[in-house]
Design a protein around this ligand. Structure first.
Ligand SMILES: [Zn+2]
Ligand SMILES: [Zn+2]
Length: 258
């Protein structure tokens, strides 16, 4: 089995969600972590996790939303008490779009890291055009554990995050034609620190480019990562699944596989 460590099931149309989940299971993607981006939409995210034993969720405020929802650590901590909430995020810095002022992004990012330290839950980090600032904040705040999601930037960020105990999650971006530099970095990262994700509905991998991404498409990314690491696909699936449940230790493996 595979785990999609980062998708946004609440962004799909209600009537399409059951089909998306069924196709994921059909493709061997059994466990799904659906990611929160706004506190005012969190109840819908949590309801999706409650609807299925192998769907888990996070709670957090995307850096795009930091200005609209300057969440405090206490608010995040309170929402983590629910049994299906296994991580904090996504949070981080996005200086590419800069939808929220940089200072405010950093402040809300730090609130998530405080919540991670206080709850022991891992933090899900989004970073774009902000590698030096992101790693500086992580090294200073020392969250309990976490993942750089949709990793697509520099080698230094990856290496310093791994040194902090972080995991690196690989999305469909790694399959893109122009992503050779990224593939070279993935080759050198330790397999026992890798996760795979779709970030669905965004970033459909090759050969699904142009379609709306969904967790079932993760098999293409997983196949590419297996090839880069020089391991059989079953081995890649087994190790990344173990990695996921080691990091997100509040989530439980599927009953049949436990
Ligand atoms: Zn993201
Ligand atoms: Zn995301």
């Amino acid at each position: 089995m595979l785990v999609d460590s980062h998708c946004h099931l609440d962004f799909a149309k209600e009537e399409e969600r059951a089909g998306i989940i069924a196709r994921a299971r059909g493709a061997g993607v059994r466990t799904l972590l659906t990611i929160s981006t706004k506190l005012n939409e969190f109840p819908g995210v949590r309801a999706i996790a409650e609807s299925d034993p192998d769907i888990w969720c996070s709670v957090g405020v995307h850096p795009h939303e930091a200005e609209v929802e300057p969440a405090a650590a206490e608010a995040l901590i309170a929402l983590t008490r629910h049994p299906k909430v296994v991580g904090i995020g996504e949070t981080g810095l996005d200086f590419f779009y800069e939808h929220s002022p940089r200072e405010q992004q950093a402040q809300v990012f730090r609130a998530h890291l405080t919540a991670s330290r206080e709850t022991g839950l891992p933090v899900i980090v989004h970073t774009r055009d902000a590698d030096p600032e992101t790693i500086a904040i992580l090294e200073e705040e020392k969250p309990k554990a976490g993942v750089i999601h949709c990793f697509s930037t520099g080698r230094e960020l990856a290496e310093r995050a791994v040194a902090l105990g972080f995991y690196i999650s690989i999305s469909g971006i790694a399959t893109f034609k122009n992503a050779q530099a990224l593939r070279d970095i993935i080759r050198d990262l330790p397999l026992e620190r890798l996760l795979v994700e779709t970030d669905a509905p965004y970033l459909a991998p090759v050969p699904m480019r142009g379609k709306t991404n969904e967790p079932a498409f993760m098999v293409h990314t997983a196949a590419l990562v297996a090839q880069l690491k020089g391991v059989p696909q079953e081995e890649l699936a087994r190790v990344t699944t173990e990695n996921f449940f080691r990091l997100f230790s509040k989530a439980q493996p599927p009953a049949a596989a436990a």
